[in-house]
Ligand binder design. Structure first.
Ligand SMILES: Nc1ncnc2c1ncn2[C@@H]1O[C@H](COP(=O)(O)OP(=O)(O)OP(=O)(O)O)[C@@H](O)[C@H]1O
Ligand code: SF4
Ligand SMILES: [Mg+2]
Length: 325
């Protein structure tokens, strides 16, 4: 049974040029101990999906449709989930530095979170802050409790951001681009840490990334987004071995051979993603798709599939596809 679900979420932004539909009917669900990676090019709606669900959109954004479910309780997506943030749901924003307070030592800021979420006194909170830093494998945690965020390396800051998100002992951990701007060795360490935490603490882990190597290292399930929609979802191994959506196939094919088995940023594929304010009636990927037919330009494909979700008129693998709502 799913611990956390987003059902049919749509998010739009008002801009001087008109309304931008950043997220268009996205659904996801995951059980305790499961890992889901969300991947897609810049602007595909990865961050806004989670920000919309958690009530953290910019002031010009709003959730126009969708429901969220946490531990069997159905809620409106948006502000009603804000109460779960920091406690049942840990969230690490795309800018890890942004979630740390620059003028507070690590011990003080983690301690504050621990007092708030676990009801600890000052001494116990400091001990628990030290334990959190050790849990995220920050070397010499006793010494680092008294440092400020700017005195840490990028990788160390990312570990502290993970520690801060774990302060409330969440059941769900959401990490937005946890490895961006880190060098390859540190990236691998952060991914290994997330995987271990997920397994040890039975966390439902959502990792947003543009790095297919990170997706491969995380395992579990992957959800591929394009122009605000989920175009493919399935088990990482199966999707990587045999992508069903032409967009997923193009992303995987664009990876240099040397990167097929190790971490690396997503390579670009020819053409650019559409502006979601100016989508036609057909498939959003059609202008870049090498097998687009007349039906693709006329009509947007529905999501189909059992086990593997695919949004395409001509999926690349032959299976008994069944229309789903
Ligand atoms: N405040 C805003 N006002 C208008 N449009 C916005 C706003 N915030 C996001 N968008 C638009 O929403 C779309 C989806 O953005 P989102 O942040 O989810 O992208 P992303 O997939 O996370 O990309 P990245 O990999 O660059 O982080 C983009 O087209 C973006 O321009
Ligand atoms: S629906 Fe058509 S254009 Fe879109 S990805 Fe599938 S084949 Fe390509
Ligand atoms: Mg993002």
């Amino acid at each position: 049974m799913s611990l956390f679900e987003i059902r049919n979420l749509s998010v739009s932004f008002s801009t001087p040029e008109g309304s931008v539909e950043a997220v268009r009917g996205v659904s996801l669900g995951l059980a305790a101990g499961e890992s889901l990676a969300i991947v897609g090019e810049s602007g595909s709606g990865k961050s806004q999906t989670l920000l919309g669900a958690l009530g953290l959109l910019a002031s010009n954004g709003r959730v126009t449709a969708g429901r969220c479910v946490f531990a069997g309780r159905e809620l409106d997506c948006g502000p009603s989930l804000e109460g779960l943030l920091g406690s049942q749901i840990g969230y690490i924003p795309q800018d890890a530095m942004g979630c740390l307070t620059p003028h507070l030592r690590l011990g003080a800021q983690l301690g504050e979170l621990l007092m708030r979420h676990r009801g600890l006194g000052a001494d116990s909170a400091r001990r628990a802050a030290r334990e959190l830093l050790a849990l995220v494998r920050l070397p010499d945690p006793d010494f680092r409790l008294d440092l400020y965020p700017h005195e840490l390396s990028g990788g160390q800051r990312q570990r502290v951001a993970i520690a801060a998100a774990l302060a409330g002992q969440p059941a769900v951990l959401i990490a937005d681009e946890p490895t961006t701007a880190l060098d390859v060795t540190v990236q691998a360490q952060v991914v290994a840490l997330l995987r271990d935490l997920q397994a040890q603490q039975d966390l439902a882990l959502v990792t947003i990334t543009h790095d297919l190597g990170v997706v491969a290292a995380l395992g579990g399930r992957v959800m591929v987004m394009y122009a605000g929609q989920v175009v493919e979802e399935g088990q990482v191994e199966e999707v990587f071995r045999q992508p069903a959506h032409p967009y997923t196939a193009a992303l995987l094919a664009a990876r240099p051979a040397a990167e097929a088995t190790r971490a690396g940023p997503m390579q670009t594929i020819p053409g650019s993603p559409p502006q979601t304010g100016s989508l036609g009636p057909g498939c959003a990927f059609a202008p870049r798709c090498s097998i687009a037919g007349t039906e693709c330009i006329r009509e947007a494909p529905l999501q189909t599939g059992m086990g593997r979700r695919v949004r395409c008129h001509q999926p690349l693998i032959a299976r008994a596809w069944q229309a789903s709502p």
